[in-house]
Design a binder for this molecule. Structure first.
Ligand SMILES: Cc1ncc(COP(=O)(O)O)c(C=O)c1O
Length: 399
């Protein structure tokens, strides 16, 4: 590799092996039923009775909410954390509902249950719990609050496929579970979303939401992106996609107008292959996270998000409460800002909020949280540079 090429570590992502891309393409061209075998594999891996596949996590979330809405037409508010991916409110608005917000704890990322309780109304259709950065929430406590008000729970494990808490797998601890197969997630097939449920009535309502199928063109486009990811995520080549503004890399956008399609057969075949490697990939990411944390020494207590003993996280990225100023200085090593603002302050969302809410924990997280990659392209030297950069300070915003 040419040492003169600029080196820049992608903030997230994973290597998709060429053999998996070509095997999936072959399967798709031979018209095997990729969706059915991926569905079966998800059902087996997560021990759920029903699984459904869509073109993205936000498409899957929109379908889940439409299904819940068909069973409770008088309810039109969806409760979500005030600090999460902008895809979550985008999906709520796409499905035709209003957004209400609950706060998070600014150190642990856990739902603030008092704030959740305050935000529930007679119009609440469901409450979404997000296991941010692969650290599972205490779903027993979350469900207890929701159950008291007859509100169903959507277990959003978009970032936490394979994580568990108290022996329960993330994505299987609510009425409906959600996984994302997007580019920065535990495993990816370029893009994709999965719904999982044990509830036959909900499964029937989900099947009743009409969703167009992906076309052969979608298959070929996804295959081209998978090939590009195989090559361009390498740190010596990452400057290429980074310098193409239309790629929108690393941009968090609130945009409720997105396609809701079934998952194409190329992506389903690729998803099944990647799922077979989920445990191994998660365990490598955990090792990377541990190696990074051990380099932080005394700073660990201040910067790391504490993980309760009953949790087994997965870390698609490692979150650190370091102050977003570090993202610019350490961006070449893949350190990145998280979501640019909390949802209570996101201007384009204002007209879609069920009521005004004050979420200081979420605001603090938006100012302080940066992420470090856990993929295989992050080297020990990158980790050393990040640790010494963080020790150099200048990243924390004034409180
Ligand atoms: C918590 C959460 N939910 C849902 C989604 C939507 O997933 P996708 O990116 O596949 O649309 C994301 C994506 O980042 C997410 O982080």
């Amino acid at each position: 590799m040419n040492p003169l090429l600029p080196r820049s570590v992608p903030p997230a992502g994973m290597h998709i092996p060429l053999k998996d891309i070509l095997g999936s393409l072959r399967e798709c061209l031979l018209a095997r039923d990729g969706a059915k075998s991926f569905q079966d594999a998800v059902q087996r891996a997560f021990g759920v009775r029903h699984a459904f596949l869509y073109s993205s996590g936000k498409a899957a979330l929109s379908v889940a909410l439409q299904a819940l809405g068909s069973l409770a037409p008088e309810r039109d508010e969806v409760l979500i954390p005030a600090f999460t991916s902008y895809s979550v409110p985008s999906a709520v608005v796409n499905a035709g509902f209003k957004v209400s917000l609950y706060d998070l704890d600014a150190k642990t990322l856990a739902p603030d249950l008092a704030s959740l309780e305050r935000a529930v109304t007679g119009k609440t259709l469901c409450a979404v719990a997000c296991h941010l950065f692969g650290i599972p929430c205490d779903m027993e406590a979350f469900r207890a609050v929701c159950r008291a008000h007859g509100v169903p729970v959507l277990d959003d494990a978009a970032q936490a496929m394979g994580a568990s808490r108290k022996g329960g797998l993330a994505g299987t601890m609510g009425d409906i579970g959600l996984f994302s197969l997007g580019r920065g997630k535990a495993i990816t097939c370029v893009s994709g979303g999965v719904l999982a449920t044990d509830d036959d009535r909900l499964a029937q309502a989900i099947s009743a939401v009409a969703v167009p199928e992906a076309t052969r063109m979608d298959d070929l486009r996804a295959c081209a992106v998978a090939l590009a990811m195989n090559v361009l995520l390498r740190p010596r080549l990452y400057w290429i996609p980074q310098s193409l503004p239309f790629m929108g890399l690393g941009k968090s956008q609130f945009d409720p107008n997105f396609p809701v399609l079934g998952l194409g057969s190329f992506q389903a075949a690729l998803g099944r292959r990647m799922l077979a490697g989920l445990d191994e990939s998660n365990s490598r990411r955990r090792d990377q996270a541990r190696a990074m944390l051990s380099r932080l020494g005394d700073m660990q207590d201040e910067l790391a998000v504490p993980v309760p003993g009953d949790c087994s996280p997965v870390y698609p990225r490692l979150p650190l409460l370091a102050g977003d100023g570090h993202a610019d200085r350490l961006g070449g090593h893949g350190v990145s800002r998280s979501y640019p603002d909390s949802l209570d302050r996101l201007e384009p969302l204002r007209g879609h909020l069920a009521s005004a809410s004050d979420c200081p924990g979420a605001r603090r997280l938006a100012a302080e949280l940066v992420t470090v990659p856990t993929h295989s392209y992050l080297t020990g030297e990158d980790m050393d540079a990040i640790a010494s950069g963080l020790a150099g300070g200048q990243g924390r915003r004034p409180a």
